[in-house]
Ligand binder design. Structure first.
Ligand SMILES: C[S@@+](CC[C@H](N)C(=O)[O-])C[C@H]1O[C@@H](n2cnc3c(N)ncnc32)[C@H](O)[C@@H]1O
Length: 209
């Protein structure tokens, strides 16, 4: 649904340990493209969970990919997930964590669904330096964009994880522009001076305790 889900998922998976048969939560999976990719590429089972896209809508796409026995569509709010504690071997979130994850209480509420010692990884849009003001041409929801260092601190302060990586994607802004061109969207906020701060980053951590 945003700058290409598969490009971002591939980059995140480079630094996550995924093995066949693992149970993976794809949080805020949108149209479940990343979920289908994860099942195909790594042989994992995926709980494809999203709020704005219905489970029925995703089920059709999953059936189209003949993965209905491996990818399970769930309609749920990230803040009220219907899973058992310690159910998942890995949790991923592609291009969405800033919608709910800036709240200090969110990571602790999510991490209970992950087995101790296992990984949670996110890739999302963000900034290269923290901004004191939102540039006029940016939409208000960009106020939730942060730097990798901000996320490292935010997650470390939760005392629930050990952060393994928090890093910018090389060429992230260019990738975003390439995506906008591919879908015929404007690049206006990316090409201004402030736009040079925009890009993507990945944050990967392991549950402690
Ligand atoms: C930019 S889209 C990204 C979707 C998908 N991961 C992708 O990369 O194409 C953001 C997604 O976040 C989801 N989302 C936003 N708030 C949510 C919440 N509270 N709980 C679950 N999903 C949420 C939306 O449903 C939407 O699909």
């Amino acid at each position: 649904m945003g700058p290409h889900a598969l490009w971002l998922t591939e980059w995140l998976c480079e630094v996550m340990h995924l093995r066949p048969g693992m149970r993976v939560l794809d949080l805020a999976c949108g149209r479940a493209l990343s979920s289908i990719f994860l099942a195909r590429e790594f042989g994992v089972q995926v709980w494809a969970t999203d709020l704005w896209i219905s489970a029925t809508d995703n089920a059709e796409r999953i059936r189209g990919a003949a993965l209905q026995d491996q990818v399970f569509p769930i309609h749920a709010d990230a803040r009220h997930l219907p899973f058992a504690d310690e159910f998942f071997d890995a949790i991923l979130c592609i291009d969405a964590f800033e919608y709910f994850g800036t709240d200090a209480s969110f990571l602790p509420s999510l991490i209970r669904y992950l087995k101790p010692g296992h990984q949670v990884g996110i890739v999302n849009a963000g900034v290269q330096t923290e901004m004191d003001e939102l540039p006029g041409e940016w939409p208000p929801d960009f106020a939730a964009f942060h730097t990798p260092a901000w996320w490292r601190r935010h997650w470390t302060m939760s005392r629930t994880v050990q952060v393994e990586r928090a890093e910018q994607m090389p060429g992230g802004r260019a990738l975003w522009m390439q995506w906008n061109e591919a879908v015929g969207s404007e690049n206006s906020y990316l090409t201004t001076e402030a736009g040079a701060h925009l890009g993507f980053h990945r944050v990967v951590a392991r549950r402690t305790g």
